[in-house]
Design a protein around this ligand. Sequence first.
Ligand SMILES: [Zn+2]
Length: 84
Amino acid sequence: MAARDRYSRKLECSHCGNTGFAEVSEEDTPSRKTRGFEIDALPSGFETEFASSNPRKHVIRCRCGHKFKFEQTTAYAPGGEPRA
Ligand SMILES: [Zn+2]
């Protein structure tokens, strides 16, 4: 089974306050070097500026022009990931 881990995460633009939930999937295989990060769906108003398999390098662009890295947002969905 090629299991992929799916989850959604809240995106929030610190510039204009636009928010939405992105649907994301990652490889569910800890031994892999890359997480196989992929965004399956972005909320309206957000686009991919620079795609990467690493969420810390994946850049999102808001409709207002503000750019930020996917895994840098300060607001997480309720019950989201623990802060490292
Ligand atoms: Zn914005």
